[in-house]
Ligand binder design. Structure first.
Ligand code: NAD
Length: 509
């Protein structure tokens, strides 16, 4: 495979590229080789970026949705021209196969366009004068105002799309941004960010590279940052919520998941169901927050389902992400790879049946890369770590149940609550079960597909997150409602309704 040339990711603050105080190599998960470098910033650079974002905020906000939108759309059009190369870069650094890499970049551009349109549409009805029917206030204006500088911190698994899941609503609604790309996969994201930032007024979009514990932490605690939009692990989410608490920040947390799929006795185990389960569990080598991470199947359908999954997984081609024939690439990080091997050893030790499937493509450097084959695990104890924790690897435990109540209890037996799915030919039956699952989203007869319905709120319950994204739900994180309620004459408008007025009159008497 010919690998694209070396790239560098630097910080960009107030319209200027800023060198780092140290640098780190970006590794190719398919070979272990170096493919780029990231210049790490520090807390002082965050401080500079927040000053720039604060200074740029009033004029960016006051431009109004149309003018802001036009600038964002013009910049987005420029990035679009390079979408193929950007997809190749993100594929290389994350280990995504072509289709997944393309979706990461193209999805981010769609977010920018979508939020520009949505904010314009909402702003048309923003300043409502009068409130018919209240009989009290002469004029009520409810404005959705941008909060100010927003911090955006994202993960390495879908670095471009998930970072823009925060940036796009923030920029479109009039916030300025300080963004920290993930150190593991900063290259494509930084290229997109730079192309945009250079076409927006200085200070509107600032990039600070660096470690989460230094740069991310400073963003979360900085008093000049009004809201943080974070996507990543539950452990980091906890630390960001704590850091943001000191300055009462709005904090949106999209965190980890351990999604259950419950296959009921009346499910139709068709090739389509198997294909959607496989896509739901194994896309991006199992490294998506809402991948299916465990399957509970009714005992009467267990063998049929396991046979179907085994047959489908045996055909999955695992290979170099740059090889168009590859359907699954390597794991992104060496730590994730080693954790996957540890989980497999531990499951075997616990008596589970572990089947490593898939076709090993000759394009893959098996010894050097972080390759794990799509793996089916059966006869695993229901309380094994592989079942109750987030494996973030292409390893799917399948557990049989004979009692639906017990299956629901097992599905809920975790502090995660991101997505989930129920599979049945009887939609009413599926919905009865779905209503009992503790999750932000429950899909019926789908999993990955369900999350792409754009205006459906997406997010987690319990320790999978706080808040929802998608459409208007994302805008709640970066705007505040400002109500201006005006009266011609307070006493005439509120006869006897306001205890403060009564008290004033009593005091005067
Ligand atoms: P991570 O939490 O380790 O890192 C995410 C980002 O946070 C990185 O940019 C990192 O540098 C930064 N960070 C680390 N420590 C920080 C700190 N103390 N303060 C501020 N920032 C800090 O997560 P990851 O390993 O990059 O991503 C994988 C995790 O993300 C998985 O748990 C996955 O489920 C989750 N995830 C959730 C969603 C969702 O929408 N709910 C989407 C994708 C990934």
């Amino acid at each position: 495979m010919v690998r694209p040339e070396w790239r560098a990711a630097t910080s960009y603050i107030d319209g200027l590229a800023v060198p780092g105080t140290a640098s780190e190599q970006v590794l190719d998960p398919a070979t272990g080789g170096r493919i780029g470098t990231v210049q790490l910033g520090d807390a002082a650079m965050v401080d500079d970026a927040v000053v720039a974002a604060g200074a740029a905020f009033p004029s960016w906000r006051d431009l109004g949705p149309s003018e802001r939108g036009r600038m964002i759309l013009d910049a987005t059009d420029v990035v679009e021209a390079d979408v193929g190369e950007l997809a190749a870069t993100v594929g290389l650094e994350v280990g995504k196969v072509r289709r997944e890499a393309f979706g990461d970049v193209a999805g981010a551009l769609a977010l920018l366009r979508g939020f520009v349109g949505l904010v314009e549409e909402l702003s048309n009805g923003e300043d409502r004068t009068g409130q018919p029917g209240t009989g009290q206030a002469t004029a009520v204006r409810i404005r959705h105002v941008p909060v100010g500088p927003v911090g955006v911190i994202g993960p390495w698994n879908t670095p471009v799309f998930l970072t823009f899941n925060g940036i796009a609503p923030a920029l479109a609604s009039g916030c300025t941004v300080v963004v920290k790309p993930p150190v593991e996969a900063p290259l494509a994201l930084t290229a997109v960010l730079r192309a945009l930032a250079e076409r927006l007024p200085a200070g509107v979009l600032n990039i600070v590279q660096g470690r989460g514990s230094v740069v991310g932490q400073r963003i979360a605690e900085h008093p000049g940052i009004r809201a943080v939009m974070f996507t990543g692990s539950t452990a980091t989410g906890r630390s960001i919520a704590a850091a943001g608490a000191a300055t009462i920040k709005k904090v949106a947390l999209e965190l980890g998941g351990n999604d259950p799929a419950i296959v009921l006795a009346d499910a139709a185990i068709t090739p389509e169901l198997i294909a959607e389960l496989v896509a739901g569990a194994f896309s991006m080598s199992g490294q998506i927050c809402f991948n299916i991470k465990r399957v509970y199947v009714h005992i009467s359908r267990r063998d049929e389902l396991v046979d179907g999954l085994r047959a489908a997984l045996s055909r999955v081609v695992v290979g170099d992400p740059l090889d168009p024939a590859s359907q699954m690439g390597p794991l992104t990080t060496r730590d994730g790879y080693e954790n996957a091997l540890r989980l497999l050893r531990s499951a075997r030790d616990a008596g589970a049946r572990v089947e490593e499937l898939g076709v090993r493509s000759p394009s893959a450097q098996w010894e050097a890369g972080n390759y794990v084959r799509p793996t089916l695990v059966t006869d695993v104890p229901a309380d094994h770590e592989l079942v109750l924790d987030e494996q973030f690897a292409p390893i799917l435990p399948v557990i049989a149940f004979d009692d639906e109540d017990a299956a629901v209890a097992e599905a809920n037996r975790t502090e995660f609550g991101l997505a989930s799915s129920v599979w049945s030919a009887d939609l009413a039956h599926a919905e009865r079960i779905a209503r009992r699952i503790e999750a932000g989203n429950t899909f019926v007869n789908a999993h990955r597909l369900g999350a792409s319905v754009p205006l459906v709120p997406f997010g987690g319950v319990k320790q999978s997150g706080v808040g929802r994204t998608h459409g208007i739900h994302s805008l709640h994180h970066c705007t505040e409602e400002h109500a201006i309620v005006a009266f011609d004459d307070a006493r005439a408008q509120l006869p006897g309704l306001d205890p403060w007025l009564e008290t004033d009159e009593e005091v005067a008497r």
